[in-house]
Design a protein around this ligand. Structure first.
Ligand code: GUN
Length: 283
């Protein structure tokens, strides 16, 4: 059984990215710029945003975090986005989710210039991904694909099951697996006979947000198990959607929580920002 070390792979990619960034600057004078907009004081979001800033600075990027109060109106937020859309020094714009309830998330995501939408959440980028012309790919599934590459996990012809159907993880993950010639099922909370469906999986990606939901009984012997969950267990300890102790007895590969998918997500966001910067130079 192999524990997929997302932390190590992310560190390796961050190192490479810092080198690429230095070369880009030497050759063109350009430095990738990432702005992260955070509305309100959601504690988890604050941690994510701090980590994104740290990672951007480590890569040698310009980094800015715009912290707006919970009371910010939708119009004010749209104004801030418009400013960064128009400013060529910023190549990536990310609005941290979730937004306060009085702000329409769809409207906000639509307002981000698609070429700066490093999250890949704009309908234009989602549409491009689904039609096989991906430009910006959501970071979590993109990071998972990097893990498959690094560990030489062949996806062609395999049965893949994704549990979870969010726009951020489940749906783009399914599309990327399909692009890699897997046979893909998207399962979710309303799936009948979930355990039976999941048991078919050679490749299992779990993103349902329920602590230790996937136990040994769900998992086929030799399956590759990717855990996107980030929960607290009964003792307040960080844990995934997969019961690691149990499932590691049957899986061929498994990602831990923490140290699996999480670090890769942030690194891929930086990679997308770097790519967005490079594309902006070609115009
Ligand atoms: N909230 C939870 N995950 C994400 C993410 O990947 N991007 C943004 N912008 N917000 C999130």
């Amino acid at each position: 059984m192999v524990v997929i070390d997302g932390k190590a792979l992310a560190a390796k990619m961050q190192g490479r990215l810092a080198e690429k960034t230095a070369s880009l600057q030497a050759e063109t004078g350009q430095i990738p710029g990432l702005v992260v907009i955070l509305v309100g004081e959601n504690p988890a979001s604050q941690v994510y945003v701090r980590n994104k800033e740290r990672s951007a600075l480590a890569a040698g990027f310009h980094s800015q975090v715009v912290r707006l109060p919970e009371s910010t109106s939708e119009a004010e937020l749209l104004d801030v986005i418009a400013q960064y859309n128009a400013d060529n020094n910023w190549h990536g714009i990310l609005v941290q989710l979730p937004l306060p309830a009085h702000i329409d998330e769809e409207k906000v995501l639509l307002a981000i210039a698609p070429e700066k939408d490093v999250d890949g959440f704009h309908p234009m980028n989602m549409g491009k991904l689904w039609s096989g012309h991906a430009v910006m790919v959501p970071s979590t599934p993109a990071g998972i694909m990097e893990m498959f590459r690094e560990y030489q996990i062949d996806l062609a012809g395999k049965t893949a099951v994704v549990i979870g159907r969010s726009n951020i993880v489940g749906k783009p993950m399914a599309q990327l697996l399909l692009d890699a010639n897997a046979t893909v099922t998207i399962a979710h909370s309303r799936t009948k006979n979930l355990a039976e469906v999941v048991k078919q999986a050679d490749i299992l990606v779990v993103a349902i947000g329920r602590a230790k939901f996937v136990t040994k009984e769900f998992v086929k012997e030799g399956a590759v198990v990717i855990d996107v969950g980030m929960n607290r267990d009964e003792n307040g300890k960080l844990c995934g959607d997969v019961d690691f102790a149990q499932v590691s007895e049957v899986a061929s590969h498994i990602t831990p929580v923490p140290g699996g998918v999480g670090p890769m997500t942030i690194t891929m966001l930086m990679e997308q920002t770097y790519q967005a910067c490079k594309r902006s130079l070609k115009k």
